[in-house]
Design a protein around this ligand. Structure first.
Ligand code: PRX
Length: 628
């Protein structure tokens, strides 16, 4: 190891870290995987301990802690009420207009119980799937916890998604109950969630009851017999602040979360109570070195896996005080985040490369006018962080005192898979080493390890406790998408390309499939294409990702118009708006190009690779399968 390539953590961070010797514990965790995870599981509460730690008799379907009984709420709330943490702050929330709400664990429990009783009163039963479509307000985690408490699964749809995305997810989950809000605040404007929800309910009619939380107070359309205001229900006697936590089996469904894949239909990944509780809390405790005095801020939206695992569940299981903020990072000024870090004494900040690049653009002075010395650790997630942004984050935000935890993981893995610990010497842009219990390899198409520094497919050799168990209603797709490329070796295929350097550090390069990471958000080319084709002027469409300075990637589309329709600037704008309206503003293409033909294979598959190469002025590689 030559010294100059590493950033070393400060000595006091090393001295106080939970894990002191990565190599030794890593070796132990790989050689005694079940023992390692059982020891971590012992740190949580169970109604009944497990019969077996790991069961892989139905490959590639696996179980962790089967026979065990728990509920994530038992660990995230109930157990804290028996300790001094009863009156510790669980949530500090700031709205974009500047309103503040705080909830102790005691208060959070009362709110969750009320919400849970209301859901029960609306007929929600164990095993049902409740769809939640909300802005970043405390009722979002409260609704999630309320579902979990009564044994219902939640399906949170990100509040930035729009009609088609919401309707498709409601339909796939066959939700009877939708929880939403009248709107939220974003850049000084109201995001009109209720109107989108109304349109989505019209398109997918499984919803019988819609509960709406009042946030902004603007006028919304409520339908008799279907729509209820949350505050009206909360005033009824059924909404008592006492509610028993349902006893769940380890492998019972906790939530589903939809994510994009290679086909148009989003996949509902199923996560469960037991293994997920153990995995997320362990990774969070060791990687962010959680101490009781921390004030921890994960700036992701709860609508994504980062929000589920590391804004809501893991920090609450670890008894942390979490920060939540409703709005845009640069509203009203680009110092909004830095102001809140100073005001609340935040000690850990976990965000995305896109957010960092976006704030870096405004210059150092917005940061420097605030005292950020409470910060101890920083985190990054969602896409590879470019070394320039890493260095800025480290120097300007972290004052060169705060190691950056660049965590690589996925909706599918539930928690961090490759990540530094606070003691790890860092290299900007590398997620460093695997977390305990995980073996990570970079292989060629036959599953053979490639030499150091060579690019290949990123695989994980063994199921971990926090991984999803299946795809809702489509177990076959779970098996073929993730476990069939290297079935002989039993590897999990991540869908990313990567290389491992001479020090064993992993460098993730990007997606190998038709998934596009825009501002760290995951979208499928197929979703964008089907949105385009749903427009009456479009016959065929192809979407590709091209590099973008701030967003990481931007969406560029190629459109073949229907007969007798000619492209124009206006139509280009219309189509961009159409995609934004159907899927959500994050999916709005940067460019729509009109073409006479799309490059296709003889079997009719669009060769996006050819479009991408041409757009970048590169060689398209092997085009022997291209149709004339
Ligand atoms: O390509 C990788 C990228 O995000 C993908 C997973 O996206 P999603 O399921 O939305 O989960 C994002 C939040 C966990 C991965 O396949 N990715 C995530 N984190 C990193 C990353 N790429 C590089 N470095 C990371 N730290």
């Amino acid at each position: 190891m030559s010294d100059e390539k590493f950033y070393y953590p400060p000595q006091h961070i090393i001295d106080n870290a939970h894990v002191q010797d990565y190599d030794a514990l890593y070796k132990h965790s790989i050689e005694n995987r079940e023992e390692f995870w059982a020891a971590e599981a012992e740190k949580l509460e169970w109604y009944k301990k497990w019969d077996s730690v790991f069961d892989y008799s139905r490959k590639p379907f696996f179980e962790w802690f089967s026979g065990g009984q728990t509920n994530i709420v038992l660990n995230a709330i109930d157990r804290h009420l028996q300790t001094w943490r009863l009156n510790k702050l669980a949530i500090i929330w700031e709205g974009e207009p500047g309103d503040v709400r705080t909830l102790s664990y005691h208060a959070l429990n009362r709110e969750v119980c009320k919400f849970a009783n209301i859901l029960k009163g609306m007929g929600v039963r164990k095993g049902d799937i409740v769809t939640i479509y909300m802005p970043q307000i405390p009722e979002l985690p409260i609704a999630m916890l309320a579902c979990a408490k009564i044994g219902a699964a939640h399906s949170v749809v990100y509040g930035g998604f729009s009609v088609e995305a919401l309707a498709a997810r409601i339909e796939d989950a066959r939700s009877r109950v939708l929880v939403t809000a009248d709107g939220g605040w974003r850049r000084g404007k109201v995001t009109d969630l209720k109107s989108i929800a109304n349109e989505a309910m019209r398109r997918s009619p499984t919803i019988e009851v819609c509960i709406t939380v009042k946030r902004t107070g603007h006028d919304v359309v409520m339908e008799n017999d279907r729509d209820f205001w949350y505050h009206d229900l909360a005033a009824l006697p059924i909404a008592s602040a006492k509610c028993d936590t349902e006893v769940m089996n380890s492998e019972d469904m906790l939530f589903i979360l939809y994510t994009s894949g290679t086909t148009g239909k989003p996949k509902g990944l199923v996560h469960t109570h037991g293994g997920y509780s153990v995995y997320t809390s362990t990774t969070h405790r060791y990687v962010f070195d959680i101490k009781d005095e921390d004030r921890y801020w994960c700036a992701a939206d709860p609508g994504w896996i980062t929000g589920h695992s590391y804004l809501v569940y893991a920090p609450l299981i670890n008894g942390s005080t979490i920060m939540m903020y409703e709005g845009a990072p640069n509203h009203p000024y680009p110092n909004r985040w830095w102001q809140m870090i100073e005001k609340y004494g935040i000690t850990i900040l976990y965000t995305s490369p896109t957010a960092i690049r976006g704030l870096m653009r405004f210059g150092d002075n917005w940061v420097k006018r605030h005292d950020l010395t409470t910060l101890r650790l920083l985190g990054s997630v969602g896409e590879p962080i470019n070394p320039e942004a890493w260095r800025w984050y480290h120097k300007v935000v972290g004052g060169e005192r705060c190691p950056i935890m660049d965590t690589w993981w996925q909706t599918e893995t539930g928690g961090f898979m490759i990540t530094p610990l606070p003691i790890t010497p860092l290299k900007p842009g590398s997620a460093t080493r695997p977390f305990f219990g995980n073996e990570v390899k970079v292989v060629d198409e036959h599953g053979v390890d490639v030499p150091a520094n060579e690019e290949g497919k990123l695989v994980i050799t063994h199921p971990s406790p926090g991984m999803a168990r299946t795809i809702l209603g489509d177990p076959e797709r779970w098996a073929t998408t993730y476990w069939s490329d290297f079935a002989k070796q039993g590897y999990y295929t991540a869908g990313d390309s990567a290389r491992i350097d001479e020090d064993g550090y992993v460098w993730v390069i990007g997606r190998l499939d038709d998934v596009i990471k825009v501002s760290g958000y995951r979208l499928g080319t197929a979703e964008v294409e089907s949105a385009l084709v749903s427009h009456p002027t479009v016959a065929e469409a192809a979407a590709i990702a091209l590099p973008h300075e701030l967003k990481g990637n931007a969406i560029h589309c190629y459109v073949l118009l229907r007969n007798n329709i000619t492209g124009s600037r206006e139509l280009e704008e219309q189509l961009k708006e159409h995609v934004a309206k159907e899927i959500g503003p994050i999916a709005k293409p940067d460019a729509v190009n009109f073409v006479d033909a799309l490059p296709k294979t003889r079997s009719g598959k669009i060769m996006r690779r050819v479009l991408k190469a041409r757009a970048q002025g590169l060689d398209a590689g092997d085009i022997s399968t291209l149709e004339e």
